[in-house]
Design a protein around this ligand. Structure first.
Ligand code: A2P
Length: 319
């Protein structure tokens, strides 16, 4: 299994199991099955609402000896409503309790967006908190305390731009070591990947299959379906593989970590087997033509009329 190395030599399996959208009642079996197949990296987040069930699966798999805790790589994420420095450790402790673990391998700031205490997704404008009020440097100090206390081995970011990473790097005591962002052939994130590689930051690709099961408000009528892309399908046919396998192999060959979500035993296995698929230079060149700068998760949840977040300030593309 291919791994990506952190600065202290810790190795993260490049392929992980995504759990966003994995429903309660389904995620227990998905995690058990994934671990039996050989997955050792599970990507979680408090806001997914399923960490307690994932925790039961981890507990049972460890008790049955499917793998050891040391072989596992467990990532989770701090929700937007816990950005105050004093809120970070309690949120991390809650995630550890739910996952039935005493440490995480990686803890990420989920979004560069702050919300009032207790808010999942805002329903009114007064539930937003601006970054002037709770700066990301304050949140990061809470994340660093998580490392100091041995609650997480590594800390990082999610949905952060080059601009925001640079700002944090300027003052961080512990440099962020990972950034998890949407990435697939329609949104390859090449400048961000190159920047992260220069800085020793691992980039993890979320929505690598295009997240067709995303919530309806994130589905635009004219949005293309990545898994049905003709170029991807033709490359899949050439290798007697599936489109999903091509997308996963592409992500791995670019040096990113990748976390496809599935709750189907057959697709979990298929996705795992993508680690042995080798794309050639011609395949990679053809896929690079698909860049459409298309975000399926475009940040519009945060950039509401009148909220302190504008799309331009979220992705910082003109900075
Ligand atoms: P399911 O969970 O029923 O397998 P993403 O990882 O980009 O968020 O995409 C997840 C979506 O892709 C889910 O709807 C998932 O369905 C589906 N999916 C996962 N693996 C495959 C596969 N190998 N082939 C087709 N669809 C897949």
């Amino acid at each position: 299994m291919k791994t990506l190395s952190f600065k202290n030599g810790d190795a993260m399996p490049a392929l992980g199991l995504g759990t966003w959208k994995s429903k309660e009642g389904e995620v227990y079996e998905a995690v058990r099955q994934a671990l039996r197949i050989g997955y050792r990296h599970i990507d979680c987040a408090a806001i997914y609402g399923n960490e307690a069930e994932i925790g039961q699966a981890l507990r049972d798999a460890l008790a049955e000896g499917t793998c050891t805790r040391e072989e596992l790589w467990i990532t989770s994420k701090l929700w937007n409503s816990a950005h105050r420095q004093a809120s970070v450790l309690p949120a991390l402790e809650k995630t550890l309790k739910d996952l039935q673990l005493n440490y995480l391998d990686l803890y990420l700031i989920h979004w560069p967006v702050a919300l009032k205490d207790g808010i999942g997704f805002p329903t009114s404008l007064d539930e937003f908190v601006s970054l002037d009020e709770v700066p990301l440097t304050e949140t990061w100090a809470g994340m660093e305390a998580g490392v100091d206390q041995g609650l997480t081995r590594h800390i990082g970011l999610s949905n952060f731009s080059i601009y925001k990473i640079k700002q944090l790097l300027a003052s961080a005591r512990i440099a962020p070591e990972a950034n998890q962002v949407e990435s697939h052939p329609y949104l390859p994130q090449t400048p961000l990947l190159e920047f992260c590689q220069q800085e020793g930051i691992i980039l993890t690709a979320y929505s690598p299959l295009g997240s067709n099961d995303r919530p309806p408000h994130l589905i635009k009528a004219d949005a293309p379906v990545l898994l049905k892309d003709e170029i991807v399908a033709s490359i899949a046919e050439k290798h007697a593989a599936s489109p999903a396998q091509v997308l996963i192999a592409w992500a791995l060959q670019r040096g990113t970590s990748v976390i496809p979500k599935s709750v189907s035993p057959e697709r979990l296995r298929q996705n795992f087997e993508a680690t042995t698929l080798e794309l050639d230079a011609d395949d990679m060149a053809q896929i690079s033509m698909l860049d459409a700068h298309l975000r399926f998760i475009d940040g519009s949840t945060w950039a509401r009329e009148g909220s302190p977040y504008l799309l331009a300030d979220l992705w910082d593309e003109d900075k």
